[in-house]
Write a protein that binds this ligand. Structure first.
Ligand SMILES: Nc1nc2c([nH]c(=O)n2[C@H]2C[C@H](O)[C@@H](COP(=O)(O)OP(=O)(O)OP(=O)(O)O)O2)c(=O)[nH]1
Ligand SMILES: [Mg+2]
Length: 137
């Protein structure tokens, strides 16, 4: 596969006032179906990744991102797809977080994240979130 076949995805880690993280479950028929994910989606042709993050989080979660900082960038090759996940930590947003696409969703504490089944590429995201919460461990 050429590198242009890699799917570029903007992903947001949203935390609430209790320090819980928003996750939702991918629809069964999708790639990596039934697994849990952080909200986000494909960056469109010519779109800036930060704009894509804002657009996807508005579409999927009904919030307006006001500030976000890069958390990690992951290149991962699944058997059937290659992805580039551009992961951001959302540090300021307005609106109430909802799930607008009929996906099951939850707020989970950082230690609880480890109990959910995520796509393989997400392990690095979870490690980064845990590092932020428990530096030095
Ligand atoms: N949103 C999201 N996608 C992830 C995560 N981990 C992971 O491997 N992926 C992969 C699964 C998919 O192959 C790809 C995202 O594609 P998607 O189908 O959800 O994109 P989308 O929301 O723009 O949906 P679409 O309407 O364009 O199909 O990234 C994650 O935590 N969140
Ligand atoms: Mg999506």
């Amino acid at each position: 596969m050429a590198s242009s076949d890699r799917i570029h995805v903007a992903v947001g880690v949203i935390e609430n006032a209790d320090g819980h993280i928003f996750i939702s479950r991918r629809h069964q028929h999708l790639h990596q179906g039934d697994k849990w994910e952080f909200p986000g989606g494909k960056v469109e042709q010519g779109e800036e990744v930060y704009r894509a993050l804002c657009r996807e989080l508005l579409e999927e979660c009904n919030i307006e991102v006001q500030d976000a900082t890069p958390l990690t960038v992951i290149h991962h090759d699944y058997a059937d797809k290659r992805v580039l996940l551009d992961v951001w930590r959302v540090t300021r947003f307005s609106g109430q977080v909802q799930q607008r696409e009929g996906q099951e969703w939850r707020w989970v504490s950082v230690p609880e994240l480890g109990a959910y089944r995520f796509p393989e590429a997400n392990q690095d995201i979870i490690d980064k979130i845990q590092d932020l919460n428990f530096p030095g461990f």
